[in-house]
Design a protein around this ligand. Structure first.
Ligand SMILES: *Cc1c(COP(=O)(O)O)cnc(C)c1O
Length: 397
C-alpha cells in the first residue's frame, strides 16, 4: 500500500491582520481617541508632544518632531538639510519608492548604489567604488564627474527591519563630508551588533507609522528624530510652512503636521512595541527552524541576521526558486504574500531621465525577481507558521 501524507487542514494565513492587535487594545485606544475628541484640540496638542518625547527616547535621540507620514519625514529632513537642485543623494535602488521619490521632489538627483545580496541593504563597498570611479573632490565638495552635481548626503535604508552596515557607511560619510539621513521607516527600535539603534547614527532618522509598520497608526503618520538641536528646530519650523513666528516666513515649508488623533493612538501602542517586535523575532526563528527541517536546500533561502543585532522583522523575506509560481501556489493554499519590491527604482519609468538600464544594479534586480515576503505579524501562532512552511515545501515536492 502506498504511504500517503496525512491531509493537511486548509488554513487562511493573511500576510497581515491588524484586527487582533486592535481587539486587545480597543478600550484603551477608544478612551484615548475620546479624550482628544472631548478636548477638540486636534492640531499639535499634548499627544503629539508626548509621542515626540517618547519616540525620541526610544530611538536614543535628543529630539523628535512628529510629521504627517514617513514620506514627509524624509522630505522635510532633506529640506532641513538644504538639499535641492544641483545636489545628489546616494541611496539604494531596492526600497520603497519614497526613499528616492523625496530626493527627486526636492529637486536633487538620486544616485543609486547596489545592495548587499544577503541583507538587501545598501552595500558600503558599492558606495566606495562609485565614489572612487565616478566622483572627485573639488574645493572640499564631492562632485559627480558625469553630471557635475554636488554629492551632499547618504540615505541608507534599514530594509525589512535590519540596520544597514552603518559603521562602514558612516565612515564613508565622514571621509567625504556627507550628511546622513536614515530611512528607518521599517526599523523602529532595530539595533546593529554593537547595540546602536536605528536613527541614532546619522544627522536625522525618519520613521513611518503607516499601519503595516511595527508601530502602526490608524492612518498616515511619521516622525523625524535627531541629536542636532538646530536641525530639530528647522524641521519643526518647516512642518508649519516655515512660519516662525506664525505668519512670518524665513523658510518655505509645508503642512507636514502629525495629527493629534494619530499621536493619541500611537501613545497607547508604543509600550507594546517591544513585545510585538519580540513576537516577530520568535516567528522568524520558528520559520528558520521550520524551513531548515523541511530540507529544501537552495530552493528557499531564509533571511540572515547577525545574532548579536536586533532585527525587528517588519518583513520576513525569503529568496526562492521560481518565485512567481510559488506565490500563486501559496495564494491557492490561502497564504498571503507580497513582493517587496517587484521593480527596482532605477528601472522605474519616472526615473528614466537618470539614464539607467537593466543590469546596472544586478543585486537589486535579482532581489526584485527572487524574493517573497511571508506572513510574520506578532499574533500568528505556531500552527499557522508551520502551515506556511508546509505549503512552501509542498510546492517544491
Ligand atoms: C513605509 C516606507 C516609507 C514611507 O512611509 P509612509 O509613512 O508610508 O509615507 C519610506 N521608506 C520606506 C523604506 C518605507 O518602508
Amino acid at each position: 500500500m502506498a504511504v500517503t501524507e496525512p491531509p493537511r487542514t486548509r488554513m487562511r494565513v493573511p500576510l497581515l491582520d491588524l484586527k487582533p492587535q486592535y481587539q486587545a487594545l480597543r478600550a484603551e485606544i477608544q478612551a484615548a481617541i475620546e479624550k482628544v475628541c472631548a478636548s477638540q484640540a486636534f492640531i499639535l496638542g499634548p499627544a503629539v508632544k508626548e509621542l515626540e518625547r517618547r519616540v525620541a527616547e526610544y530611538s536614543r535621540c535628543g529630539y523628535g518632531i512628529g510629521v504627517s507620514s514617513g514620506t514627509d519625514a524624509l522630505l522635510v529632513a532633506l529640506m532641513a538639510l538644504e538639499i535641492g537642485p544641483g545636489d545628489e543623494v546616494i541611496t539604494s535602488p531596492y526600497t520603497f519608492f519614497a526613499t528616492a521619490g523625496t530626493i527627486a521632489r526636492v529637486g536633487a538627483r538620486p544616485l543609486f548604489c547596489d545592495i548587499d545580496p544577503v541583507t538587501y541593504n545598501l552595500a558600503p563597498g558599492a558606495v566606495r567604488s562609485l565614489i572612487a570611479q565616478h566622483c572627485e573632490s573639488l574645493s572640499g565638495e564631492l562632485r559627480n564627474r558625469r553630471t557635475g552635481g554636488r554629492i551632499k548626503a547618504l540615505m541608507p535604508v534599514h530594509l525589512y527591519g535590519q540596520v544597514a552596515d552603518m559603521t562602514a557607511l558612516m565612515e564613508v560619510a565622514r571621509e567625504h563630508g556627507l550628511r546622513v539621513i536614515e530611512d528607518a521607516a521599517q526599523a523602529i527600535g532595530a539595533e546593529d551588533a554593537e547595540g546602536r539603534r536605528a536613527c541614532s547614527f546619522g544627522d536625522v532618522g525618519c520613521l513611518s507609522f503607516f499601519p503595516t509598520k511595527n508601530l502602526g497608526a490608524f492612518g498616515d503618520a511619521g516622525l523625524c528624530v535627531t541629536n542636532d538641536a538646530a536641525l530639530a528646530e528647522r524641521v519643526e519650523v518647516l512642518r508649519v510652512h516655515g512660519g516662525k513666528p506664525k505668519y512670518y516666513h524665513a523658510l518655505i515649508g509645508g503642512n507636514f503636521r502629525l495629527d493629534e488623533l494619530q499621536a493619541a493612538v500611537l501613545n497607547v501602542k508604543l509600550p507594546h512595541l517591544d513585545a510585538w517586535s519580540a513576537a516577530r523575532q520568535r516567528n522568524a526563528a520558528l520559520y528558520d527552524r521550520g524551513f531548515a527541517a523541511a530540507g529544501l536546500g537552495e530552493a528557499v533561502r531564509t533571511p540572515r541576521a547577525d545574532p548579536r543585532a536586533r532585527h525587528i522583522y517588519n518583513q520576513y523575506v525569503v529568496r526562492v526558486r521560481d518565485r512567481d509560481r510559488l506565490r500563486q501556489h501559496l495564494a491557492e493554499q490561502g497564504v498571503g504574500t507580497e513582493i517587496y519590491y517587484p521593480v527596482p527604482l532605477h528601472l522605474q519609468q519616472c526615473f528614466a531621465y537618470l539614464g539607467h538600464r537593466a543590469g546596472d544594479f544586478p543585486e537589486a534586480e535579482r532581489a526584485a525577481g527572487e524574493t517573497l515576503a511571508l506572513p510574520i505579524y506578532p499574533e500568528l501562532g505556531e500552527s499557522e507558521l508551520q502551515y506556511v512552511v508546509d505549503s512552501v515545501a509542498g510546492f517544491y515536492r
